[in-house]
Design a protein around this ligand. Structure first.
Ligand SMILES: *[C@@H]1O[C@H](CO)[C@@H](O)[C@H](O)[C@H]1NC(C)=O
Ligand SMILES: *[C@@H]1O[C@H](CO)[C@@H](O)[C@H](O)[C@H]1NC(C)=O
Ligand SMILES: *[C@@H]1O[C@H](CO)[C@@H](O)[C@H](O)[C@H]1NC(C)=O
Ligand SMILES: *[C@@H]1O[C@H](CO)[C@@H](O)[C@H](O)[C@H]1NC(C)=O
Ligand SMILES: *[C@@H]1O[C@H](CO)[C@@H](O)[C@H](O)[C@H]1NC(C)=O
Ligand SMILES: *[C@@H]1O[C@H](CO)[C@@H](O)[C@H](O)[C@H]1NC(C)=O
Ligand SMILES: *[C@@H]1O[C@H](CO)[C@@H](O)[C@H](O)[C@H]1NC(C)=O
Ligand SMILES: *[C@@H]1O[C@H](CO)[C@@H](O)[C@H](O)[C@H]1NC(C)=O
Length: 481
């Protein structure tokens, strides 16, 4: 009897202790913190870590897809009509972008590297071959005309030369030529007055198998939040990027700053050298990519808003004070004075005016927004799509009859979607981390559960112990009578 009740009271005590331990562990958040600190340890650029290998040689395939706008009514446009375009694409390239010349600096807190990109055409993922023809604005001619529009003597000579050679405002070129470069007759002729002029023009000219200079990244050794964050690019502090004139139009994505345990309040900075500046993205919604939970971040429309709406965007007005309107960025200085204007595809999130100005624009959030989906626990990118459109500023230039009665328009040439989706072997690793996390994080709840079960057992035993006593007490009078 003594031994039995001692046992029962131990069960009760143990149940109380388990409950208290479980509840205090839940309240103190020790286990989630433990998981997070384990993850943080893994997130550092250090020779040998998985994070370093994935950074040096991204395991998931990256695709660069181009969608051109084929002009259908060039004669009417020269007469003052709205341009009408048809979207043609995709033309898909697999992008290889290993980090090279990797050197650790400052006791492993920083690492320098160049990011060499190679583009390989993927016919089976494309609408047609690179020899498909596209009719669009003659960008070298437009650039030359803009440059000399106020020098009437030179303008007359150039205009006469263009008439002689049949050079027009619109031109038909192959996809390969427009992207990777072709020798331009007008530029070649201009070498007479400017011998150092490059006579090859292409939107991605010289970008294949080349790098865009040296990057310095933080390794995350000092603070995991700095993992793979760009410190400087070509010697310039990331803070100065948007004021820099020495930028280039299209050099591809240069990386996103991301780090483990992202929260919904986080602001992500993506450095995009095409825009000569960094953009920020805000949490938008929860998503699931290949079964892995993620947070979707995307640039809010404020990022592209004009200066009236968002004064912080004064940097978008180039030259200072010359604002084009929401959603456009003049990157002329980045492309040797070519009148290039960047926007989102189909002028998504831009002023309605630009959408209306060109027949065939159909902006749509799902297809045209830039997005990045991040696993909140590990900071690993599950999916990303960088979407940008290259436009040319076209206007009537009285000194050049080639521009006819052209109306002023921001003319879309091509848009790109540079995208990546996490590879399957990384998915398996992430799932394993997720299972471990679930087990560890649930230990306190398991303790509480155990406490409740033991408590139940305790009460059951108490009742069972009491029942025989009371029945005995009830029977006693019967026996004695
Ligand atoms: C990493 O270690 C390997 C083998 O020890 C060595 O060959 C390589 O050069 C190291 N890489 C860097 C960037 O230090
Ligand atoms: C690197 O570490 C050594 C020894 O710990 C120290 O003397 C040196 O100042 C450190 N260098 C830098 C650049 O932090
Ligand atoms: C880029 O360069 C690589 C190797 O130098 C070559 O195989 C590939 O065809 C080139 N891509 C384009 C689009 O020219
Ligand atoms: C683009 O338009 C031109 C002119 O109409 C036409 O020759 C060409 O085939 C079109 N391109 C494609 C890929 O359909
Ligand atoms: C980007 O590409 C251009 C070619 O269009 C090249 O001249 C330049 O060096 C590259 N890098 C940078 C940082 O501009
Ligand atoms: C774009 O910027 C260039 C250089 O700063 C400037 O000359 C040009 O007028 C601007 N274009 C527009 C359409 O504002
Ligand atoms: C800025 O955008 C707002 C809303 O789209 C518009 O009403 C305003 O006229 C724009 N201002 C300029 C300077 O373009
Ligand atoms: C890239 O974006 C376009 C639309 O902008 C879409 O049609 C295409 O499927 C996307 N590519 C990938 C690989 O997701």
């Amino acid at each position: 009897m003594q031994l039995k009740s001692c046992c029962i009271y131990s069960v009760g005590l143990f149940s109380m202790l388990t409950l208290i331990a479980g509840i205090s562990l839940v309240l103190s958040n020790v286990f989630p913190h433990f998981v997070q600190s384990e993850v943080k340890k893994e997130i550092v650029l250090e020779n040998g870590t998985e994070a370093f290998e994935a950074w040096e040689n991204p395991p998931a395939p990256i695709y660069m897809q181009f969608y051109f706008f084929n002009l259908t009514n060039p004669l009417e446009v020269l007469d003052g009509d709205r341009p009408a375009v048809v979207e043609i694409g995709p033309y898909t390239y697999r992008e290889y972008r290993p980090m090279e010349q990797v050197n650790f600096q400052d006791n492993g807190t920083k690492v320098t590297a160049v990011n060499t990109k190679t583009y390989i055409f993927q016919l089976n993922m494309s609408r047609g071959p690179e020899s498909d023809l596209i009719r669009t604005v003659n960008i070298p001619a437009m650039t030359v005309m803009e440059k000399f529009k106020d020098h009437s003597v030179v303008a007359n000579v150039i205009s006469a030369y263009m008439r002689g050679t049949g050079e027009r405002l619109f031109t038909t070129r192959t996809v390969g030529e427009l992207l990777w470069g072709y020798e331009d007759g007008l530029l070649k002729a201009l070498r007479v007055i400017q011998p150092d002029l490059d006579d090859v023009f292409g939107l991605f000219y010289k970008n294949n198998a080349s790098n865009d200079g040296e990057y310095v990244f933080f390794t995350g050794q000092q603070n995991y939040k700095d993992f793979a964050r760009v410190d400087t690019w070509n010697g310039e502090s990331s803070l100065n990027w948007w004021t820099s004139d020495e930028c280039n139009m299209i050099n591809g994505t240069n990386g996103a700053s991301f780090h483990p345990i992202v929260t919904k309040n986080e602001t992500l900075y993506m450095f995009i050298s095409d825009l000569c500046r960094s953009l920020y993205a805000k949490y938008e919604e929860d998503v699931t990519v290949k079964g892995i939970p993620g947070y979707r971040f995307s640039p809010p429309s404020m990022v592209f808003a004009n200066m009236t709406v968002n004064p912080a965007n004064a940097g978008f007005c180039v030259p200072a004070g010359n604002c084009l309107g929401s959603g456009l960025l003049n990157v002329s200085t980045c492309k040797q004075g070519a009148p290039i204007i960047m926007s989102s595809p189909h002028f998504y999130q831009a002023d309605e005016k630009f959408v209306q100005d060109v027949f065939g624009m159909r902006p749509n959030k799902e297809q045209h927004q830039t997005l990045i989906d991040i696993n909140p626990l590990t900071g690993i990118i599950l999916q990303a799509a960088k979407r940008l459109q290259v436009n040319v500023f076209v206007e009537k230039i009285p000194t050049f009859s080639q521009t006819g009665n052209m109306r002023t328009v921001v003319f879309p040439v091509v848009y790109l979607n540079e995208s990546v989706v996490i590879d399957d072997s990384s998915v398996l690793k992430l799932k394993a981390i997720g299972v471990k996390e679930n087990v560890v994080v649930n230990i306190p709840f398991m303790l509480i559960g155990l406490g409740i079960v033991l408590g139940g057992v305790f009460m059951f035993l108490m009742c069972r112990q009491k029942v025989p006593e009371s029945t005995a007490a009830e029977r006693q009078p019967l026996l004695s009578s």
